[in-house]
Design a protein around this ligand. Structure first.
Ligand code: AHR
Length: 523
């Protein structure tokens, strides 16, 4: 059989695809012009560090392989936790880590995950498949938090648990008394109680957490929240399971009926390129249409936060209750090829742009948004880290979190932007997303995302209320919209020093490449 013609066709298709993906527009188009006013004279709310939170669910290869390898693994580890993962997370200054789910939270029974590891029960993970050995439990999770310097956010089980089980878990972790549960913790190797600042009553209780109506959940929430007790000086913020996307009625009912008993209400929003759960779109095989559509969809986060916040304002005008966007990020179809575990997806320059846009949105709403947790930390959805046996890759999303960490705890500064739209056919999105903040040392950081896949931006920025002497910066970009880091080529995308600026007192001109994320530091 002559296979040659077939091979020629395949090679041509491949070359065309590569060309299409790496040359959305082969000629370098004219840059577009934009103006930016950075209002240092109008400082706003502090950007809560916890906006940079992470999420680690017992799902796919996130915990097992991607975080926990066990003390006897040939992969270098600290008490069973991968050293490469620890080092990468420390570099991000992860402020808070959510665990054990997600949907898994409402099937998790904490007693399965304490005591000698060889005696722990093996249980089916009915949400995500496989069997959980429970080798990674409460002690291992809280050890990880201490090692990387993150606060613990534990998501309790409402769907299949009881208020008593929840109450006892909290006592086990946080009590310094002579109670049986505190002594059990000591016998299991931990003398000092842990601090648990955040505890949620169930997850997605409108779906995998119990398929409840908001009215029913509001009552359940109040019942469970009553038994979240503060022991030995620990002070828990109680979080209620919130709605999603445009599910405004959930927020309305929860705020009307239970705002007094909660410190935070969650919100989940995932970016799907197509918006369709049965065919979400590829993580890596896409062109400008999918690029544009994905960015248009991720920008909806702004309106969702605005509308959920407006409802919260009616019941809580002092903004005491935080809006916790404790699941967000891109969600694509599973990649063809070897199975890398449930919800494993590659991460490209497009994900870096999505991360930058969302973080800028969260900064803008820092008065109400107190925590967010990108889904998820390792090997699942829009991950920071990908692992394969002893190898580890830092994703483009990781690099954005590293570049943006300068905003953690800084004061948000309003920006006024005037720029043309980035149009594709009938669809149009803003071409730029910008946020700014001032830190305790007086340094100003400006994060600029150029959504335009083809055109660079010539931005003239004016700083009202400050003049600066020096600028430094970093840029993350690549020639192809779907550029990614792989185990074979882990450094295709990494931040580079940014030099395309001119500073003159309170005015700065910058030339921001197409499809890039830039963070500037002004001193
Ligand atoms: O992050 C993956 C899943 O998405 C979570 O388990 C669930 O809460 C959401 O539906």
């Amino acid at each position: 059989m002559n296979r040659r013609p077939k091979l020629t066709v395949c090679v041509s298709i491949l070359l065309l695809t590569v060309f299409a993906l790496s040359n959305i527009n082969a000629q370098t188009p004219e840059p577009y012009k934009a103006t930016l006013a950075i209002r240092l004279d109008q400082p706003r709310s502090v950007i809560n560090r916890n906006i940079y939170g992470q999420f680690a669910e017992h799902l796919g290869r996130l915990i097992y392989d991607g975080t926990w390898v066990g003390e006897n693994s040939p992969i270098p580890n600290t008490r069973g936790i991968r050293n490469d993962v620890i080092a990468a997370l420390k570099e991000l200054r992860v402020p808070v880590l959510r665990w054990p789910g997600g949907c898994f939270a409402d099937e998790y029974h904490w007693r399965d995950g304490i005591g000698p590891r060889d005696k722990r029960p093996r249980r089916p993970n009915s949400s995500w498949g496989g069997v959980d050995t429970n080798a990674f439990g409460t002690h291992e999770f809280l050890d990880l938090c201490e090692i990387i310097g993150a606060e613990a956010y534990i998501n309790g089980n409402v769907g299949s648990g009881t208020p008593q089980e929840m109450m006892e878990w909290i006592e086990y972790m946080t009590s310094d008394t002579d109670s049986d549960l505190a002594n059990l913790r000591r016998r299991n190797g931990r003398d000092k109680p842990w601090k648990i600042p955040f505890f949620a009553v169930g997850n997605e209780t409108w779906g995998c957490g119990g398929n409840m109506r908001p009215e029913f959940y509001a009552d359940v929430y109040k019942q469970y929240a009553t038994f979240i007790k503060n022991h030995s000086g620990n002070k828990i913020q109680k979080l209620a399971s919130g709605g999603y996307d445009e599910n405004y009625n959930w927020t309305e009912v929860l705020m009307a009926q239970a705002a007094k008993q909660m410190d935070g209400l969650s919100l989940h929003y995932y970016t799907l390129p197509t918006g369709k759960w049965d065919k979400k779109g590829s993580a890596t095989q896409f062109g400008e249409q999918e690029w544009h559509a994905t960015l248009a969809r991720t920008l909806r986060m702004d309106q969702y936060i605005q509308k959920h916040s407006a409802i919260m304002d009616k019941y809580d005008p002092e903004k005491r209750v935080g809006l916790m966007v404790d699941e967000w990020g891109t969600w694509y179809d599973s990649e063809p090829g070897p199975d890398m575990g449930a919800l494993y997806q590659q991460n490209t320059l497009r994900d870096a742009i999505v991360a930058g846009i969302n973080l800028n949105i969260f900064h803008k709403h820092a008065d109400r948004v107190r925590m967010t947790n990108i889904a998820q930390m390792t090997n699942v959805l829009q991950a920071m880290l990908l692992t394969d046996k002893d190898k580890l890759v830092l994703t483009p999303t990781y690099h954005v979190f590293r570049m943006y960490r300068v905003h953690q705890g800084a004061t948000s500064i309003p920006v006024e932007l005037s720029a043309p739209e980035y149009k594709l056919g009938d669809a149009s999105v803003p071409s730029l997303s910008v946020s700014a903040s001032r830190d305790a040392e007086g340094r100003v950081h400006v994060s600029v995302v150029n959504l335009d896949a083809n055109r660079s931006a010539e931005i003239t920025a004016t700083l009202s209320g400050g003049a600066f002497k020096t600028v430094t910066g970093e840029v993350l970009t690549a020639p192809a919209v779907n550029a990614m880091n792989t185990f074979e080529r882990p450094n295709t995308l990494k931040p580079e020093p940014f030099k395309n600026y001119k500073l003159a007192g309170s005015q700065i001109s910058v030339n921001v490449p197409s499809k890039s994320v830039v963070v500037l530091e002004l001193r």
